[in-house]
Design a protein around this ligand. Sequence first.
Ligand code: NI
Length: 181
Amino acid sequence: MPIRSISRMGHPVLRQETRPLTPDEVRSPEIQRLMDDMVETMRDADGVGLAAPQVYETIQLLVAEVSAPKSPESKEPFLPLLILVNPTLVKASREKETDWEGCLSIPDIWGMVPRHRSVVVKGLDRTGRAITVETRGYAARILQHEMDHLHGILFLDRMDDMKTLAFKREYHRHWAKDDEE
Ligand code: NI
């Protein structure tokens, strides 16, 4: 399961629409291998999500995983490994929440992004079976971020105020909460 190289902002692949996969394609050895590679690539890069265009594939596939809670006091659920094909948003809370985001394709830059507090997303799992995913808080944020990648949208496009943009070192120095790394 090789680790793939990650596309970086400025590469056109990150601005393209992606195409959905058929259930037969989902079960093909090529796509199964890609899924495994994406999981490994995400974990290796210490990411919490990765979308296919970030490994130069213009298809509707994303992986996400949060192996630890956002903070020790956090009541937000962990996000167990999620492999999602052809995700579509079926419901989004009117209420939004603004919080920090980064992106493996925009290394070392953080910014504050408003996202729906909770979302319901429909799609296919890695066996091609229909699934519905209900998430809130941090997990919902990750899902919205990764789904945006499938439509050529980066988190910078979603920011209300560019004044919060920060390099990683400055973010940790001046903005990160104490309970974060
Ligand atoms: Ni990203």
